[in-house]
Ligand binder design. Structure first.
Ligand code: SF4
Length: 349
């Protein structure tokens, strides 16, 4: 039997949910811990593989619950080591997930929705709108896929793929707790990043969850008129609401907010705008500058390297920490803003 808090797909279970569900089936609660560990450390693909369990218990689990896994349809590899996976979900929908190499190890950029409703005018992921939210289990399973293809340990996860994570709030928070579990991936909250286009009520709610994750806010403009041209969400949550919410996030979590700023030639990349941005950031913040990555449907051009450097230098001169993101995986369309929802892929039986 399930309750509204115990999803049917066991991948979304925390160890406590697993123990409670197994108790309801008449099994000892420690079986829940066994199941959780086997799911995420052993990459369990079916209850049948749990050979340490009595056959009858495996059969009862298979009757009552589902264990779906994401299935890689394609894996593309870039020369820089980036791997992009097109992963099929149980209902035939598909999302993209990217494994990225860094000096410190490997990170994975996961999707939180099939498509995206936010419609940012520079991004491929929102073209075609949102089809559905992912479950927490489907998001963790993307990490499991990445771990299975990574040559080393995956130590960071960014919710920066397809979708607006805070538009799928409940599953996003469950995902953060799941991937942090020591008997699963055991990732530190400090190594998890939630990106948002600026859903103010959800930012304030997240600030109260006591999860010290990094909040990355897609800003892309220092004033409302320009930001509205790039991001329709700014009409609902203008900078006068967004920036105070970010300051609250810093105050409640102690985590410096990271502002993402895509640089688009002759649109938002002048040093005057960099100065205006510095005026706005009156609390501890970091600006991550990203030269815009081409998306054929959008008419922009990336800022030239000289302009990227000038923009960043202006911020640094004003005392705002600024880094330029090293773009990885561009040749396989795996860079920021280039991921896409693919059409549904038939599930083979
Ligand atoms: S940038 Fe993020 S929020 Fe905006 S459309 Fe793309 S995926 Fe959605």
């Amino acid at each position: 039997m399930t309750t509204p808090n115990t999803p049917i797909d066991v991948r979304s279970w925390l160890p406590g949910d697993a123990a409670a569900a197994l108790e309801e089936l008449g099994a000892e609660p420690y079986r829940g811990r066994q199941l959780f560990r086997a799911l995420w450390q052993g990459r369990l693909a079916s209850f049948e593989q749990l050979e340490v369990w009595p056959r009858a218990l495996r059969a009862r689990m298979a009757e009552a619950y589902r264990l779906d896994r994401v299935v890689p349809v394609t894996e593309q590899r870039a020369h820089d080591g980036t791997v992009k996976g097109l992963l099929r979900l149980a209902d035939g929908e598909a999302v993209e997930t990217v494994l990225l190499p860094h000096r410190y190890g490997w990170s994975v950029c996961v999707s939180s929705q099939v498509g995206c409703a936010m419609g940012c005018h520079f991004c491929a992921s929102g073209i075609g709108g949102r089809r559905r939210n992912l479950t927490a289990g489907e998001i963790v399973d993307q990490v499991a896929w990445a771990a299975s293809v990574a040559p080393g340990r995956v130590s960071r996860v960014d919710l920066m793929g397809i979708g607006e994570p805070l538009d799928n709030y409940r599953e996003t928070v469950r995902f953060l707790r799941l991937v942090h579990e020591p008997t699963g991936f055991g990732l530190s909250y400090r190594h998890l990043t939630v990106s948002t286009s600026g859903l103010v009520p959800a930012i304030l709610k997240l600030a109260e969850e006591h999860l010290p994750v990094t909040l990355a806010v897609s800003l892309h403009a220092p004033d409302d008129a320009l930001r509205e041209r790039l991001m329709p969400i700014n009409r609902a949550y203008p900078l006068s609401k967004l920036l105070p919410a970010c300051e609250t996030y810093w105050q409640r979590t102690g985590r410096r907010v990271s502002f993402e700023y895509l640089l688009i030639q002759d649109v938002n990349d002048s040093t005057t705008l960099a100065d205006r941005l510095a005026d706005q950031l009156t609390f501890p913040a970091h600006v991550n500058v990203i030269p815009w990555n081409p998306v054929p449907e959008h008419p922009f051009r990336p800022s030239p390297p000289r302009q990227v450097a000038a923009f960043c230098e202006t911020l640094l001169n004003r005392g705002i920490p600024c880094t330029v993101r090293r773009e990885l995986g561009q040749e396989i369309q795996a860079a920021c803003g280039q991921l896409r929802r693919s059409g549904a892929i038939p599930v083979q039986s």
